[in-house]
Design a protein around this ligand. Sequence first.
Ligand SMILES: [Zn+2]
Length: 485
Amino acid sequence: MKYVPTIGLEIHAELKTKTKMFCDCLNIPDEIEPNKNVCPICLAEPGTLPVPNKEAIRAMIKIGLSLGGTIAERSKFDRKSYFYPDLPKGYQISQYDMPIVSGGSLKGVQIERVHLEEDTARSTHENGESLVDFNRAGLPLMELVTKPVIKTAEQAYDFARELQLLLRYLNVSDADMEKGQMRVEANISIAPKKLFGNKKLGTKVELKNINSFKAVKAAIENEIERQEALIKGGGKVIQSTRGWDEVAGKSFPQRIKEEANDYRYMPEPDIPPLDLTAKDIFDMDEIRRSIPELPDQKRIRFSEEFGLSGMELEHLITDRDLSGYFEESISELKALIQQDNSIDEESAKKTLYNYLTSDLVGLIKEQGVDVSDLKIKPEDFAELVVLIEKKEVLSRTAKDILIEMFRTGIDPHEIIDHHSLGQAEDGEVQSSIMGAISENPKAVEEYKNGKEAVIKFLVGQSMSKLRGRGNPEQLEQLLKDHLSK
Ligand SMILES: [Zn+2]
């Protein structure tokens, strides 16, 4: 029998507001000093009153609008009871039946809801000691729940990736999974494949502790296989929660699933209901205007304007700053080409793309620099591409020039003048060839005796005399001419 998996995702992401969700403490999720950003409110001392963070609610509206969801006119907060040391109030302030966002979709996956809640403290258990750090307690946390419509681990992975990208474009969360800023949980069930009639879903298992994108795929695939093997072996899937052990590559049972009423949700009496139609606080038009071009819109525009597709396109889309730099450089390049019709535009654009995504990105990664802090101005980068296209510098030299530009921010012409990195003069080329021949009599003899591969060695010798400023094909031809005399 064939089984069909059904997957739903619950994704949490910390919103990067200035302060926490219900108090004025700073929102610094990776603060190293324990319990630095705390106050009576986020430490849950009795008698304190939470005040909702408007910036976090505006961020939620931005997310909701970007997903094409419906923004509630009225919303409220609720208490979700559970007992754990990282939540000393005994409840988490969350949203139960009136989330800020309902519906919407992303990558073809329909969304059930997106609501706002507070993050819990972080607890560590080491050497028989348990420690709790409240820097994270009370950070604004978005929870997005998809409808159970995802069919494969791959699709779940794509969805999570795209959500991360969207949150980053909106600048509402860094959504770094490795740092715990974004956490994915998956509900998975399998049911016999039926063409007609009853399409009841199977018993679902909730998977937690998925801490990387790689784990999203691996954990879901593993769970589908586990359930299939269980059913085929005559067993039954039990509704439960399982944790993913990334090292072992398998899940382990955590607990039998709570029903919603175990959480004893109740309206939060300390926070009045939210009126999201209050234009003076939540100006929808203004929020809508603040939404930038979104990843999918950019994909369409980039493929039309620059003819990019597949991985080439994704490489730029996934890095918003880099794609901005690319666009600026391209427009500078076009301006330069307009003044000089000897340059082939298509070829120059390709060269620009290649130098950007391999050499420049290589330097950025190696030096740990942000694209926004680059010293190379887009017009200078375009200028370098023109020099390469006009063969005024060779690719090896171009790489050196780029490194110098990266380091100093000086324009390529000045670097060439200063370091005489341009193409070598004819006289220099001639003398490099004569030098290579006279200093390597053995190689010359071998070549004359028919060992043609030796010519590459001689090219290398003259190239090094030219400090890399020669053209290898030209050098090879000149050497051959000389030696055939
Ligand atoms: Zn606080």
